[in-house]
Structures are given as structure tokens and as C-alpha cells.
Write a protein that binds this ligand. Sequence first.
Ligand SMILES: Nc1nc2c(c(=O)[nH]1)N[C@H]1C(S)=C(S)[C@@H](COP(=O)(O)O)O[C@H]1N2
Ligand SMILES: [Mo]
Length: 527
Amino acid sequence: MSPRTAASPAPAVRAASRRRTGFAALAGVLSAAAGVLTGEVGAALLSPSLSPVSAVAGAVVDATPPAAKDWAIQTFGTGDKAFLVTVIGLALAVLGAAAGVLELRRPGVGVGLAGAIGLVGLGAVVTRSLAGPGAWLCALAAGIVAMALLRWLVNRLRREPLGHVGSSPGGFPRRGFLRALAGTGAAVVLGGVVTAVLRGAAVAAASARDALRLPTPADPAPPIPESAQVGVAGVSALVTPAADFYRIDTAFVVPSVDPATWQLRVTGLVEEPVTLTWSELLGKPLVERYVTLTCVSNEVGGNLAGNARWLGWPVRELLAAARPRPGADMVLSRSVDGFTAGTPLTALTDPGRDALLAVAMNGEPLPPEHGFPVRLVVPGLYGYVSATKWVTELKVTTFAADTAYWSTRGWSEKGPIKTASRIDVPRRGSGVTAGEVTVAGVAWAQHRGISAVEVRVDDGAWQPARLGTGISRDTWYQWAASVRLSPGRHRIAVRATDGDGQVQTAAQAPPAPDGATGYDIIDVEAA
Ligand SMILES: Nc1nc2c(c(=O)[nH]1)N[C@H]1C(S)=C(S)[C@@H](COP(=O)(O)O)O[C@H]1N2
Ligand SMILES: [Mo]
């Protein structure tokens, strides 16, 4: 006995309504998938070390109680990551379906749920240590794409009248909606394929990197003497951790280079063109050297400089095998991404200068951002004329015949590093206690070394700082000084003298075209 009343709709209408709910759920799942894939494709290009999904997985792992973690590892072994990603995928599918249905019933609420899920993803990204603007952007884009698609699809669906529609009795949605849904589905499949391919290349390079066992150096870097440290808190570490090392390149997408297919070709003005493979390179007697890299764009007092321990093969050995022809004076090194640097041939062949084809940084394979698998490191020259990352070709040529990437864009064709000194302590604009105040920092003049550092308060006399012994003349040196500050505002300046006895110039110059000069000066308030 179920008499039909006005309040209980006809079975056909109820079936249509159920079907519509199902379609809304499907629209929600597809929107969620499209959002996730947007984030993953973006991350494959912009942020290879951190994608939204990997950020959420990382956050879940961090928040998981140890007992549950142990259980997952015991149950799934090395498949624990795949398990976690599957769980996250299922959760997103369920939430997406819920958002679709909600959006159908109460417009705006489902989109709000999608936004909230997006915010969770963004939150996971910003709390990861690897997060950079690229990763944030991907998470943001993921959320926006999911919300926009959900709104669009469900709006279309809601506009469909229930009941007999078009040629499909029983309330099957109209072609317009179905087409939108199918289009979204196709985009999701395509996005999945693109993600798999891009992440695949990144994963191949990453797993090769993970599996890599670095050869022991034939000629290890000598230990850093205790006397190199000035022992002042806040001064730049003598060796910069890779995670803190400045990164400068033109690569919008961090190149993923699989070492198995990597080759370096020596071409141009040589008697014997040579091709070097990865396994050949690793088989060479490798040397280990500390070298401080500096970017020509570094402003006075700036932080585009870092010191690392590089493991590599001296480029001169490779060039010796290729035998440059007379008349050649430049090596144009080329990266997989098309970047080029023009380095004076003599800087690479000089037996007294360890220009390296580097494969490792601070005891680890090069991070992808710093040129994995192989980059150039040349002591004494700014990065733009020497430090080609992801290097694949050395063309022996002349400055007259070839022009490197930055030299066609307003920067000088030669780039020897200028003597520089920087105040790290006290921080710029900070307050200090009047009386004896410790001032400290770093100074560099790669390949010439530093022989003295002096500081000056206001218009007083230059006074010598205590200079760390340094690691070598190719690296930066720590220095520290003690100055007397009366209460009030003071300016503290620093200058260095290089190993050749040349005092750093006071003349102010901007970075372009060949490196900034002038003294680093800070203002402090003593109280
Ligand atoms: N392939 C490639 N290599 C490159 C660059 C680049 O844009 N592309 N930039 C150079 C510049 S300008 C500098 S200062 C150094 C920076 O190296 P880092 O990012 O490892 O600190 O890399 C050099 N090598
Ligand atoms: Mo640079």
C-alpha cells in the first residue's frame, strides 16, 4: 500500500534523480582527479622534489603514530609508499564524489568542500622543508582547477530538467553535460599519461641518483683545519649544505637527466673529438676540492655565494685527450637545456687550477637543481662563465667565433670573480649592546685567496680582523673582529685584501656587466 501523493515523486522521476546524483558524484571524482593531475604535472616541471600528493603523503607519514607506521612497513614492506598514495587517491575520490553530490544539492557547498581539500594540500606543501614557490603554485593551481571544474560540470547538470529529456527517456542527462563530462574524463586520462611520462623521466633520474654509489676520491680534499673557523655564532658556515646553497639558472623546468644515457662530447677545434660516458667518468681518478661558487648577480652584501666540496675529474685531463688546436682560446660548455657558458681555455687547462667535471656536492650526488649528473666547477670565475650544470658538450672554440648565453645579454664575456667581503654578524639593522661588539663574516677572492680583512666603525681607522686560515684560496674565508661601540647609531664597514696584496676597491659598481664592487656596510643601533 503505497499511495502516490504529491510529495512522493513518480518512480521515473526518482530514478532520474538518482541517476543525476550519480552523475554529480562522477563529476566530483573527475574534478578531483583533474585537480590532482594539474598539481602533479606542474610539479613534474616546476618542483621535481615536491608535488602536492607527495607533500600530503609526507605530512600523513609525519602525523602517523609510530605503531601504525611499523604496521604499514611490516604489512606492505617497500610498497608502503604505494599503499599510502593509493589510500590518498581513494580518499580524494570519495571526497570528490561527496563534493559533487553536495554541489548538486546546495550550490557552493560542494565547491567549498573542494576548496577546503585544496587548502589541506596547500597546507601540506607549505609545511614541507622542500617547499618553494613552484610547489605552492602547483598546489594552488590544483585546488583552483578542481573547484572550477566542479562548479562548471554540476551547473550544467543542474540545468537539466528531470523526466523525459531529449531522446533518452528516464531522465538521462542531455548531450551537453555528457560531452563536458567526457571531455573532462579525456583530459584526466591525458593528464595521467603526461604525469606518468614526466614523473617517469624524473623518477628514472631520481632512482639512478638514489642508487648511485660514489667512487672514493683518488685525491680526497684535506680535512678542514680547525683554524679555518672563527667560532662566532651566526657567521656563514664554511661549507654550505646543499639545501641552503643558492640556485641560479634559466631552467624553468629542472632537467631530468638519466646518467645511463648522459654523454659529454668534446667538439670544435680539437685534434681528437672525444665522447665521455657516465661509467667512463666514474672510472677516472676523481679528485675532491672545496670551491666557493659566486654569481655575478650578487649584490654587495648579498648571498649568491656558497662553498661546497666537489668531487670530479679535472677538465684538463679530458681536454688533453681531445688536444685543442692552436688558436683556440675558449670552451663553450653547453647544458641539456641549451644554456651555454664561455670559459677561457687556459682556465680549464691550467694544471694549477682544479676545474672539475663535478659529479658530487658535499659527499652526495649532485642534487637535480645543482646539475645532476654532471656540472662544471671552475675556481675563480663567476658561475655564468664557468659553472654549467647538466653539461653535455664542451666546444673548443674562440671568443671571436662564439658567444655564450649571458654574453649576448649585456654581461661581460670574461668573468673573473672580484674580491668581496660580507658582514654576517650583527645582522643588518639589528640592535646590539654598547661596548665590545663582535663583527664577523666571510670574504672571498677565489683562486687568489684572502690575506687580510679589516673593519671600520663610522669614520674611524681600519682595524685588522682575525682571519680564519681558510680551506684554500679557491674558497671563502671566515673572519671576525671586536669593535667598541658607544651607545647610538653606527655604520660598520668591511674590506678584504686578496692573496696578491690587492685591497678590495671601495668604488661602487652594480652587478652588470661583470660583478658588483664596493664595501659592505651595515647600520647598527648600540644601546
Ligand atoms: N645549465 C645551466 N647552468 C648554469 C646556469 C644556467 O642558467 N643553466 N647558471 C649559471 C650561473 S649564472 C650560476 S651563478 C651557477 C649557479 O650554480 P648553482 O645554482 O648550483 O648555485 O650556475 C651556472 N650554471
Ligand atoms: Mo650567476
